[in-house]
Design a protein around this ligand. Structure first.
Ligand code: ADP
Length: 532
């Protein structure tokens, strides 16, 4: 027997219909790379997305076809999220910061049929065009010499169309993980997984979005489902403010100008915002809510933001988890805790969002599930309806028989369920057979006021196999010595964890999504030799 409720497939087009109907005049603002600004609203996004459906159909692109974008954050990119998925297609957001070989691999692997790109990425298109064998059509988001301009392309249509219908289990988006080893892997989101993720993310203890929110998602739209903002903001009619640049000066100006009260960005974005505020002597922009994730958020930044009255949500997740899986929000006793204790809660990765289950297993014996004792670090596994089952075109599942997906992260779970990440499996430093947490060393180092960024990596050691070294970028015009930093770390970590050396550099390499690239850093220090 089936239940007796209505037949509605949970498809993302429902979100844009709702946004246009109930919050049609809520604005979507874009600040473009050339400094100009444009404004549209949720009904404008819907109208243009329907035109895009017609334009795609005119090219014979429809159900299941991959529609790729190579673009920064802007309203036209948002139109493609709803246009490609509304045409029954699969939106493939390509990360323009990938290397040529990765760009070659993923566009061909995805079998993209059309690419819509920012004029700023014309050099990439020119370089890759011959290597991308499946792309039949090119459209440029800006006015361009080399391809039809997006506005003209959809402008030729009248928008009198319907969304393509189908199953909620149909795919709607494809995002490749940056692939620190081997080829990038495609995560194929479906309408239903995105819808369920949206419902969960909207909870007050998660994104806490409502119609009063004016959101600046600094996280790129090509990264990890854009943390779900294009979907969640539509569900509640939040205003979206897009900026093609990540320059702190531009972000601060936009925040004030557009009454932005909600900013979402990786820790490096927060770091540069705070540095800009300090360097220019201005007050903290009037943000009330902040979402961060993607890599560990240094405690010092959390303290700064909380002291400025900002309610900070620290999430953990990955492309494979759509991406939000856990979130650090306020537990029942939060108000009775000291400021320091409150910061500790926000500095951890939070607890499982309803819909996601977590466990840790022994690193050497995955059959052994570890206790939630706040001590036993192990391999973090997750499962739930918006967690990956199988990578795109893979011939076997990425999960075990009980659907547990191994995240590649090393973590411990506290008795209250709080997740604390200690490393990535690949980044763990193993000295004399014992694990050292690079995250703890880095957190201790960035607490020093003169440290802009710090990364701990393992380097070869003849006796211990590997020993940690700390690579540090100083803040401009500020001084700190290696001895001072080691003195600070000695107060926080076990003696045998202390790095054998501190190296100061001008810059630490970052991945396409702004995270420290441990792999590149390890490559840079491959020939580094420690004294015995
Ligand atoms: P990649 O970085 O491989 O491109 P993702 O963007 O999906 O892929 O990143 C997921 C990874 O980022 C997680 O597995 C974890 O290592 C790291 N990460 C995400 N959120 C946090 C967080 N709040 N704290 C620490 N690390 C995080």
């Amino acid at each position: 027997m089936l239940g007796a409720m209505q037949d509605w497939e949970l498809r993302v087009s429902l979100l844009i219909d709702h946004a246009a109907r109930e919050h049609g005049s809520r604005e979507i603002v874009t600040s473009w790379a050339d400094g100009s600004e444009t404004r549209t609203d949720w009904s404008g996004i819907r109208r243009d997305a329907l035109k895009m459906v017609q334009a795609l159909q005119r090219l014979g692109i429809g159900k299941g076809d991959r529609v790729a974008t190579l673009a920064m954050n802007h309203s036209r990119h948002l139109v493609t999220w709803y246009g490609a998925t509304g045409a029954g297609g699969v939106l493939h957001t390509i990360n323009p910061r990938l290397f040529d070989d990765q760009l070659d691999y993923i566009a061909n692997h995805a079998e993209d049929r059309i690419l819509i790109y920012d004029a700023a990425f014309q050099p990439i298109v020119d370089r890759m065009r011959d290597r991308w064998t499946t792309i039949e059509h090119y459209v440029c988001f800006d006015a361009a010499d080399h391809a039809p301009a997006f506005e003209d392309w959809i402008g030729a249509e009248d928008g009198d169309a319907d969304w393509v219908q189908g199953s909620e289990r149909d795919p709607c988006m494809l995002c490749y993980t940056s692939g620190t080893t081997g080829h990038p892997k495609g995560v194929l989101f479906e309408h239903r997984s995105n819808m369920l993720h949206t419902y969960a993310a909207l909870m007050p203890q998660c994104l806490d979005l409502d119609a009063r929110a004016s959101v600046l998602p600094v996280v790129p739209m090509f990264h990890a489902n854009n943390w779900g903002f294009p979907w969640a903001a539509a569900a509640v009619g939040a205003k979206l403010v897009y900026c093609s640049s990540n320059a702190a000066e531009t972000l601060c100006r936009l925040i004030r100008q557009e009454d932005v009260n909600y900013v979402a960005g990786v820790p490096t974005v927060w770091l540069s915002l705070l540095q800009h505020v300090d360097a220019t002597g201005q007050e903290m922009p009037p943000i009330t809510k902040a979402l961060t994730g993607g890599s560990a958020m240094p405690r010092a930044i959390i303290e700064r933001l909380m002291a400025s009255g900002i309610r900070i949500a620290h999430a953990w997740g990955m492309t494979e988890t759509s991406p939000i899986a856990t979130i650090a929000f306020e537990p029942a006793n939060f108000d009775s805790l000291s400021f320091d204790e409150q910061v500790t809660i926000k500095a951890r990765q939070g607890t499982a969002l309803f819909g996601v289950e977590l466990r840790t297993v022994d690193l050497d014996d995955p059959a052994k599930v570890l206790p939630r004792d706040g001590k036993s670090a192990g391999a973090l596994q997750v499962r739930g309806p918006w967690v990956i089952k199988r990578y795109f075109k893979a011939d076997k599942d990425a999960t075990d028989a009980e659907q547990w997906f191994d995240t590649g992260d090393v973590a411990l779970l506290h008795p209250d369920g709080t997740l604390q990440l200690t490393d990535r499996t690949k980044d763990v430093i193993k000295s004399g057979g014992e694990w050292i947490s690079s995250v703890e060393l880095e957190n201790a180092a960035v607490a020093h006021p003169a440290v802009a960024e710090a990364a701990a990596i393992g380097v070869y050691h003849p006796k211990w196999d590997e020993r940690p070294i700390l690579v540090v970028v100083r803040k401009p015009g500020m001084a700190v010595t290696g001895e001072e930093l080691l003195g600070l770390l000695a107060q926080k970590v076990a003696k045998w964890w202390l790095p054998d050396a501190v190296e100061f550099v001008d810059e630490i390499p970052h991945t396409g999504t702004g995270k420290i690239s441990k792999k590149d850093l390890r490559d840079q220090f491959r020939t580094y030799r420690l004294a015995e």
